[in-house]
Design a protein around this ligand. Structure first.
Ligand code: SF4
Length: 415
């Protein structure tokens, strides 16, 4: 397959950082109603936290971090007994409440109840490595039926005012199904505002690193993120997903990114924003557009934007005034005028995100997302939610050290 390499330096580097970010992670529970291969958290049947503790975490977030949205995650937040009170509390603090869910417990009535409590959006994680009782053996293509059912539930229950995003973990064995997902996302741009590919990262059973915590060697084979048969597993990288998307969306072009903490040349969060409809994509918005939106929102609201208003995303023609100041939007409307029939068709915007979680560089440094949006307040520290399991199992983060390479001695030369 031909590759068009990513050019990070030509994209807008999202301005998110530790103290001022678009979103912040919150875990009211670590209990879940299904098991997923790609989950970062151990499913704990007693994992519901007292509401007071969760609110205290939020108070600490408020002290240390500006944020637009709170990702109410888990575990599975829809089975958290105090979810409605929590959503009301988050909303009362001026944050957008976003529920990160597997959707199993979602009903239209619950969407209505949550919206009335102030919920602004759902990010629903669906992939074929989840153990959903009714979808055993389903492929990503089969699961599009479930995705559509959930998207319609959110749209109808939320009367079009609730943001709808889907997450999918991409494994080596599901990489070839990315085009089916990319096509599905375009087909439902009217009700699906964002589609996110999260690349599976694994703790390898055998690798070239020794692991330490506090100077002591640890065995990390019980970390939660690993498959049963890991020996031949190779993590997927962003460029591979980009190549797959381009087989069905040849013009796919990202415009913004977050780089790695240890290697600034790696993509960690890669954002594309496109305008079009199920029939055709008219344009991918340019880096300046994202910069104007992020900077403008910060100027007006004091924090960076997370989750745009879905009513606005469904009516992309409202972007027209931005044509005065943005070349990309001018190009979009130029294309509409070039074929006036397009003016009478609906026009939506949809963001596509590819997230590549931590990877370990050959020298042992862990390459995290620089400006991690899924930062989490945990016992007095702001941490990456994807490495919580290390804190819980070993009391601190694991340090990786390359195993000493034995350099063969050249005895002839030594004589
Ligand atoms: S560092 Fe980990 S928690 Fe933070 S955004 Fe990246 S993958 Fe998510």
């Amino acid at each position: 397959m031909p590759t068009r390499p990513l050019e990070l330096n030509s994209y807008y580097r999202l301005p998110w950082n530790l103290a001022d970010n678009a979103i912040t992670w919150l875990e009211p529970t670590t209990k879940c109603n299904i098991y997923c291969d790609g989950c970062y958290r151990e499913n704990d049947p007693d994992g519901h936290k007292p509401l007071e503790q969760v609110i205290s975490d939020l108070e600490n977030i408020k002290k240390f971090r500006k944020t637009d949205g709170i990702s109410i995650a888990g575990g599975e937040p829809l089975i958290y007994p105090h979810l409605l009170e929590l959503v009301r509390y988050v909303t009362s603090q001026g944050w957008k409440s976003i529920i990160i869910t597997n959707g199993e417990a979602l009903t239209k009535d619950l969407v209505v109840e949550l919206m009335e409590a102030g919920c602004r959006g759902f990010t629903v994680h669906v992939d074929s490595h989840q153990k959903r009782p009714d979808w055993r053996g389903a492929s990503e293509k089969d699961l599009n039926e479930l995705r559509l059912k959930i998207a319609r539930m959110i749209y109808e229950g939320g009367r079009g005012k609730i943001f709808c995003a889907f997450n999918t973990t991409v494994y080596r064995d599901t990489l070839s199904q990315v085009p089916v997902l990319a096509r599905w996302a375009q087909d439902h741009m009217d009700i699906v505002n964002t589609f996110v590919y999260i690349l599976y990262r694994s703790e390898k059973k055998t690798d070239e690193f020794d692991k330490y915590v506090g100077g002591e060697k640890v065995d990390t084979s019980n970390l939660v993120y690993q498959l049963d048969r890991m020996e031949d597993h190779e993590d997927v990288v962003t460029q591979e997903v980009v190549d797959q998307i381009r087989t069905v969306c040849p013009d796919y072009e990202p415009s913004a990114f977050l780089n790695g903490t240890a290697d600034p040349g790696t993509s960690k969060w890669l954002l594309a924003l496109r305008t079009g409809n199920a029939r055709e994509i008219i344009a991918y918005q340019d880096p300046k557009f994202i910069e104007m939106v992020q900077a403008g929102y910060h100027l007006l609201k004091g924090n960076y934007l997370a989750y745009a208003n879905p009513s606005f995303q469904r009516r992309a023609k409202l972007m027209l005034p931005m044509a005065l100041v943005n070349r990309g939007v001018r190009r979009t409307f130029g294309k509409l005028l070039a074929n006036p029939a397009r003016l009478f068709r609906p026009l939506h915007t949809q963001s596509i995100m590819i997230i590549q979680p931590p990877d370990i560089l050959p020298d042992g440094r862990q390459n995290m997302c620089d400006g991690c949006p899924d930062g989490f307040y945990y016992k007095g520290r702001f941490i990456w939610k994807c490495r919580m399991d290390e804190l819980e199992k070993y009391g601190d983060f694991v340090t990786t050290v390359p195993r000493k390479k034995l350099v063969p001695v050249d005895f002839d030369a030594a004589e």
